[in-house]
Design a protein around this ligand. Sequence first.
Ligand code: 8YV
Length: 323
Amino acid sequence: MSKPKVIVTRRWPEAVEEALREHFDVEVRVDDKPMSKSELMDALTRADALFPTVTDRIDAEVLNSEPMRCRLIGNFGVGFNNIDTDAAKSRGIVVTNTPDVLTHATADLAMALLLAVARRVGEGERHVRSKAWTGWRPTHMMGTQVTGKRLGLIGIGRIGGAVAKKASHGFDMNVQAYDPFPPSADRLKDLGVTLVDSPKTIFETSDFVSLHCPATPENRHLVNAERLASMNPAAFLINTARGDIVDEAALVNALQSGVIAGAGLDVFEQEPKVTDELLTMDNVVLLPHLGSATTETREAMGFRVLKNARAFFKGEEPNDRVA
Ligand code: 8YV
């Protein structure tokens, strides 16, 4: 029997590409550039499965492609806001994602951003590299203490939960969270989290606010000018979730006018474009969407897509089906 044909839209870690080839007739995007709309549409007519990433927008227009051959979209990532799942469903296409395997990598990076912005790590690094450092002094580059402070989480799912545990157990932080679908009281206790009943409390009473909610239409610009204004001027915002949860223009204003103290950002509204003003600010730490970027995790994400696809083509229900 011939192997199902799969199109992989970007380069994956070598070990996973190799494993894919054992089970599928694989076409990999060799130049590793994002596919255009017409290339994505063409891919859907040529392959039994498409394995996209966050850089591929699989919207209703793309999914209108004819003649449709694709039966499975195996997203390389846990967030699948790049895919119109309703349109996929109406074309009879199954969609899977890659939960669990990137939980700790992303939570670690949220903590890295939190620590970096509070302790002025990016700024200090630039200072040393530019040879501006003239030596130690008691008032040099004083930052903000992290240990013991109050951390507010918007979303206490897998990644938010891992951040909570690291922050409460490792940094003795007082962690509070808002989530419309909270986990059990036992889990909250294990994570060391107090649940609050509105985002308002999180923004008004936290020293650090970290975002761990999905990029649904309802969450678009959840962090807006009003919510930023309600934060403590000494507080920091951390975003490792999705760019459009934050109104980036409002954030720039808040940072410029001292409404909040700083921000650690791994994601942006118009990736890879970053609002120019952010690039010149010292009170922000900026990363190029690295949440899951460890070798271990990126391999595990690929193997997770593979596992889902193997199940699907054997006629079984894939574990991580989201549509
Ligand atoms: C990925 C992510 O790098 O999984 C997610 O939702 O944001 C990141 O881990 C990216 O989405 C890959 O498609």
